[in-house]
Design a protein around this ligand. Structure first.
Ligand SMILES: Nc1nc2c(ncn2[C@@H]2O[C@H](COP(=O)(O)OP(=O)(O)OP(=O)(O)O)[C@@H](O)[C@H]2O)c(=O)[nH]1
Ligand SMILES: [Mg+2]
Length: 1119
């Protein structure tokens, strides 16, 4: 079959009713790309013999060599079902966890998804993730249970066992959807109760109705996968077969005359065929009968495999072939590989593409059926509610729902990612075959030139007999020069060049080549846009004064055909497309529209957190600009990779995992920078924290006072001896008092650990804390911010949660006294105000209501300057800790005293006038800030001010910042310090025989097994473990080697964990001396990590270099 012509596809694009935008989602290696091959083969783009082997949509070299998909890619397919013709825009996505951002970009553009599950492995971690992603984007999934051949050939299950197994898998998948559904219903129920009085919003689409009803009433039947619903296909993509119940209902309807409707209802389930009564009865299991599905479906497949693969029974095969009424080539019959014969039979009997395509067209929605709920979700960014959007914006909802390509419709496009292609591969740059006329024209030209030449040079006529094409040498003189000049300048340039194509979808209107559109940044506010822009402004006018809004023109439009692109003049609503010429205006994703009322779409849901970072530097320093340019391009081309310049000046690339890192480096080297560079070892992030003093020593003996004393001694030793020591005082309870160099201010700080639940709550709530900080900032500045009641509610909820977690005597009233969070004002550390009597405006003042907040604002203004210095000092201290300059986590700093003297050094001032503002007594309420005071307090103060400002130590506020920072660091060091390591979780599936080795690899890498269970019905074990990120490099490889190529583990960042060993530990008790010896040089994991980080950062590392000098001497003598 020939591939569909471009005209055909253009025509199909105009009929959204018959368009399906879908993606294939699954865990890694469950067979997405193989299945996509089978579908692509139906369009004659690849031969059906190669389907499954070619993995056509894995067009990158590394995808082919590693055998995993790394980029999602799209292809448009044509499918005819009866008299209906469909256009399928199919996107194949990667399953490896490192590339889950690619899945997010694919899912956003689709209306439906094929979820593939491996029949042996069942539901895996990424299966759950993709189901969740599909759910979050409100797209409808259908299920393909793939690799059923493995049940027959590898697990050697009987058909009956296989049925039970398949049932289990379905239950697992449905359990995942069930959880998603219930949580959503519960959430909505809660919301509904709150808004009882509000009128029911407009509901469109059947699904929206279902989902928003109460749980018990909610009809969730559409949601679940069940073969009798027609949304499940059983398949073996590699052998080319697949079926849904429909196919078999049709077959047995013809063969046995049972009604197809009856079969559709009974082929899956506990039904059996009563041969005598010729009836289908219920209760097969109870009566010990074979289920209909086993008898009529699975048995047939099992006996086919038995005949073809296991026994290679030629006669039986021939019988089967004739009974099925199919034709098999003699060549296939004789082939030595039974799989060839099997594919030949199966692909005619039960072609997987038919089953899947039919299901897709019948069960997945067309762009016209987009649920109103989904539109609202797409359009309401952040905490904003749909009904709070401007009227014009709300009107656009109907444009989405209509999905019309009328001329008057506003154009709305969403770009979900940018991908790079070689400029030479673009259709406009591709050499294209000549048409008949062109050929004739060229012939004519050549002939003419030849004739001219003949006339001019009548001596030589030896070329005259050649065919016109070969006759080209006749025009050699001129043509050669032309082509040579062309070759020299152009192709090289083109090869170098990467162009970016936007991966996008039209939601409304028609995208036309060359059209100008608004590019709406993620922070664009349509209300602002509408009020600033003149009425009726169009995107062809240049607008520059609206923030986050720019214009650009779509220079070219493409049809995405896997590795090929086809140029298009226009693309109507409902289609996926590629857009060229946006690289200047769009970084990774964007919303394009002709209407300024259009809101930016909600940002994509990314599941992976980029965590692996490497520093990159060019081999030749002079190539730095090329590297920088290359990294910028890479940043644009990858939805998840981040490129940044660290404080140290290093160029850093942050990726989601090891495989992702490798791909990014390859891309950078071969495509974007095209230079040699070296990448550092992955920079592993750590956090620093303090813990409660341990009760037992390293040999589990109870500790007396001895240990505590030792710790404090150490701190004193470590404190830089010079200037600071005069001003620094650490008391035995860990309270650190520090005076600024000019002796004007003194702070006392104590550090203690936060409960781990609080730390994780703070980690989870960074966005909220940031919002809170913004609100407070504007309150302090006297502005009132319009905060939605919902945000206030969540802040109140957060406060209540904090209060409930911080219980006990030590934490009494702590929440009210929180001064700030840090680092960066939203991190997981707390600064507490325990200064006696200093009534700072509360952090939670926004919750108290307008009037009070204003009052508090006035109070804050009085002391704001130096108050800010304390906060800044705290921010600096938490940003990099004393252990190895990594951020702090889970530490609470409590400021217990804060004294400021007037800005004059005490010796110059009359002791009576010395205004020692102990914040406890005079406080801020007196209305005197120390800075303001100097100028207001009369001539003396004012006169002396310049002198004070010329203080050799710099301005007071700066000194206070530094003092506060140092105080925090010392307070931190006065406690038992620990490192925190980033942890991955991984789920490993393995067979019993290599279980021991799996444990071995995990143990060696400090992994900890959380639980282990046996997968029912198989001999597979599922192990769930956590593993420090620091130990994870090369883990997957080692794992694969040790277990001879079993499925590689998927590492997902999960949390931060305190490493229990103390990096500063030295033996102090007698038992410890006994056990570890004086040197105590047994491996100390956290010291190792800490020193590695310090070395990388160029910090001082205390290490004994010659540890066993006597041994070296002995060696020397023996030589
Ligand atoms: N036995 C068997 N193997 C299959 C089947 N389908 C795919 N495979 C094999 O499974 C492996 C993975 O197939 P892919 O199609 O690359 O899997 P994928 O889901 O695209 O993988 P990623 O894109 O990396 O997530 C390949 O070696 C295929 O040959 C099947 O039906 N039966
Ligand atoms: Mg793939």
């Amino acid at each position: 079959m020939a591939p569909p012509s471009l005209d055909k596809i253009r025509a199909l694009q105009r009929n959204p009713r018959n368009i399906r935008n879908l993606c294939i989602l699954a865990h890694v290696d469950h067979g997405k790309t193989t299945l996509a091959d089978c579908l692509v083969a139906t369009n004659g783009i690849i031969s059906s013999r190669l389907a499954g082997k070619l993995r056509y949509l894995d067009s990158r070299e590394d995808e082919q060599s590693r055998g995993i998909t790394m980029k999602s890619s799209a292809i448009s397919l044509h499918y005819t079902n009866g008299d209906q013709e469909y256009l399928l825009n199919l996107i194949d996505s990667p399953g490896h966890v490192d590339f889950s951002s690619e899945v997010s970009t694919a899912v956003r553009l689709c209306d439906g998804a094929i979820v593939v599950v491996d029949a042996v492995e069942g539901v895996c971690p990424q299966t759950q993730v993709v189901l969740r992603q599909a759910w979050l984007e409100n797209i409808r999934p259908v299920l393909v249970i793939n690799k059923i051949d493995r049940l027959i050939v590898e697990l050697k299950l009987t058909s009956q066992e296989a049925y039970t197994h398949l049932q289990k898998i379905l239950e697992q998948v449905n359990a995942v959807t069930g959880t998603l559904f219930t949580s959503k219903v519960l959430k909505e129920q809660a919301e509904r109760e709150e808004e009882e009085e509000e009128e029911e919003g407009e509901l469109g689409g059947d699904q929206a109705c279902d989902w928003s009803s109460r749980q018990e009433e909610a009809d969730d039947s559409l949601l679940y996968f069940s073969p009798d619903q027609g949304n499940v296909v059983f398949a073996s993509a590699i052998d080319g077969w697949g079926f849904s119940i429909q196919q078999f209902a049709h077959i047995y309807n013809q063969r046995m005359g049972i009604k197809a409707e009856v079969l559709l209802k009974t082929l899956w389930g506990d039904f059996y065929l009563d041969a005598k009564a010729k009836k289908i009865m219920k209760g097969a299991q109870a009566k010990g009968k074979k289920q209909l599905f086993v008898q009529l479906v699975l048995d047939n497949i099992w006996s086919l495999y038995d005949a073809v693969v296991t026994r290679r029974d030629k006669e039986k095969v021939e019988k089967v072939v004739t009974s099925l009424g199919i034709k098999v080539l003699a060549r296939d019959l004789r082939h030595s590989d039974p799989k060839v014969l099997l594919s030949a039979i199966c692909s005619q009997w039960l072609p997987v593409s038919q089953a899947v395509l039919l299901m897709v067209c019948e069960k997945l929605p067309s762009p016209l059926e987009m649920a109103a709920e989904r539109v609202e979700k797409l359009m309401s960014v952040g905490a904003r509610r749909f009904d709070s959007l401007p009227e014009h914006t709300q009107e656009l909802k109907t444009a989405f729902l209509r999905c019309s390509s009328g001329e008057k419709e506003p154009l709305i496009i969403f770009v979900s990612k940018m991908f790079a292609v070689d400029a030479a591969a673009l259709p406009q740059n591709r050499p294209r075959p000549l048409t008949q006329e062109e050929m004739a024209h060229r012939k004519e030209l050549a002939r003419q030139r030849h004739a001219d030449r003949m006339a001019a040079d009548s001596v030589d006529s030896s070329h005259s007999e050649r065919t016109p094409q070969e006759g080209l040498p006749a025009q050699l003189d001129t043509a050669k020069v032309e082509s040579l000049t062309l070759k020299e300048s152009r192709p090289e340039e083109k090869e170098e060049q990467q162009t970016f194509i936007a991966f996008a979808r039209v939601y409304s209107g028609v995208a036309k080549k060359g059209q100008r559109v608004f590019v709406l940044g993620p922070k664009y506010d349509p209300a602002l846009g509408l009020s600033t822009l003149p009425e009726g402004v169009s995107s062809s006018d240049c607008v520059s004064d609206v923030p986050h809004l720019s214009c650009c023109s779509m220079e070219s439009l493409y049809l995405l055909m896997g590795r090929e692109l086809e140029e298009l003049e226009e693309v109507p609503a409902g289609n996926v497309l590629g857009i060229g010429g946006l690289e200047e205006s769009v970084l990774k994703s964007a919303t394009l529209s002709t209407s300024p009322a259009c809101p930016p779409f909600t940002p994509l849901n990314f599941e992976a957190t980029p965590i692996v970072r490497v520093a990159i530097e060019p081999k030749h320093p002079s190539e730095m600009p090329k590297l920088v340019r290359g990294m910028r391009l890479l940043n644009q081309a990858d939805p998840c990779a981040e490129v940044l310049i660290q404080e140290t000046g290093e160029h850093v690339l942050v990726t989601a995992g090891e495989v992702h890192l490798q791909r990014c480096l390859d891309d950078l080297r071969d495509r974007f920078a095209k230079i040699e560079f070296s990448a550092s070892k992955p920079i592993i992030p750590f956090r620093e924290t303090v813990v409660r003093p341990p009760k037992v020593d390293m040999v589990n003996e109870d500790l007396g006072k001895q240990q505590k004393v030792a710790i404090i001694h150490k701190v004193k030793e470590e404190a830089p001896p010079s200037r600071l020591s005069e001003t620094l005082n650490v008391d035995s309870s860990g309270l650190v008092t520090l005076t600024t160099p000019n002796r004007l201010a003194t702070v006392s700080v104590r550090a203690f650990p936060l409960p781990s639940e609080v730390t994780s709550l703070l980690e989870r709530s960074t966005e909220l804390i940031r919002t809170l900080e913004q609100i407070n900032m504007s309150l302090r500045e006297g502005r009132s911010l319009d905060v939605s009641p919902r945000t206030l509610e969540t802040i109140a909820g957060f406060k209540v949660q904090l209060e409930s977690l911080l219980q006990g005597r030590k934490w009494r009233d702590v929440v009210e006294h929180i001064w700030a969070f840090g680092p960066r004002r939203y991190g997981p550390n707390i600064l507490l105000n325990s200064v006696q009597g200093y009534q700072r405006p509360s952090l939670w003042q926004c919750l108290a209501g307008g009037v009070k907040a204003g009052e508090a604002g006035a109070q804050a203004a009085v002391i704001r300057d130096l108050d800010n210095s304390i906060v800044s000092g705290f921010q600096l201290a938490t940003l990099s800790g004393p252990m190895c300059e990594e951020p702090l986590m889970g530490v609470c700093f409590s400021v217990e005293k804060w004294d400021i003297q007037s800005s004059l050094p005490p010796q110059h001032q009359d002791p009576l006038e010395e205004d020692c503002i102990s914040r406890g007594t005079s406080g801020g309420r007196k209305g005197k800030g120390s800075g303001a005071e100097a100028s207001e307090d009369g001539p003396i103060g004012a006169g002396l001010r310049p002198e004070a400002a010329a203080d050799c130590y710099g301005p007071v506020s700066g000194q206070l910042i530094a003092a506060m920072k140092e105080a925090c660091r010392h307070a931190f060091q006065a406690q038992p310090q620990r490192l925190m390591a980033a942890m991955y979780t991984c789920e490993i599936m393995t067979t019993a025989d290599v279980l021991g080795r799996v444990y071995g690899v995990l143990g060696k890498r400090e992994g900890r097994v959380l639980h282990e269970e046996m997968k029912e019905g198989t001999d597979m074990f599922i192990i769930k473990a956590v593993l420090p990120v620091a130990e994870s490099f090369g883990f997957a490889d080692e794992f694969r080697k040790k277990t001879s190529g079993l499925a590689s583990p998927q590492l997902v960042f999960s949390h931060w964990e305190v490493i229990s060993s103390d990096p500063y530990w030295v033996p102090t008790t007698e038992e410890e001396y006994l056990h570890f010896g004086e040197k105590a040089d047994s491996a100390n994991q956290s010291l190792k990590y800490m020193n590695a980080v310090r070395r990388r950062k160029g910090l001082y590392v205390e290490e004994k270099i010659v540890e066993h000098a006597e041994k070296q001497r002995t060696l020397g003598k023996n030589k």
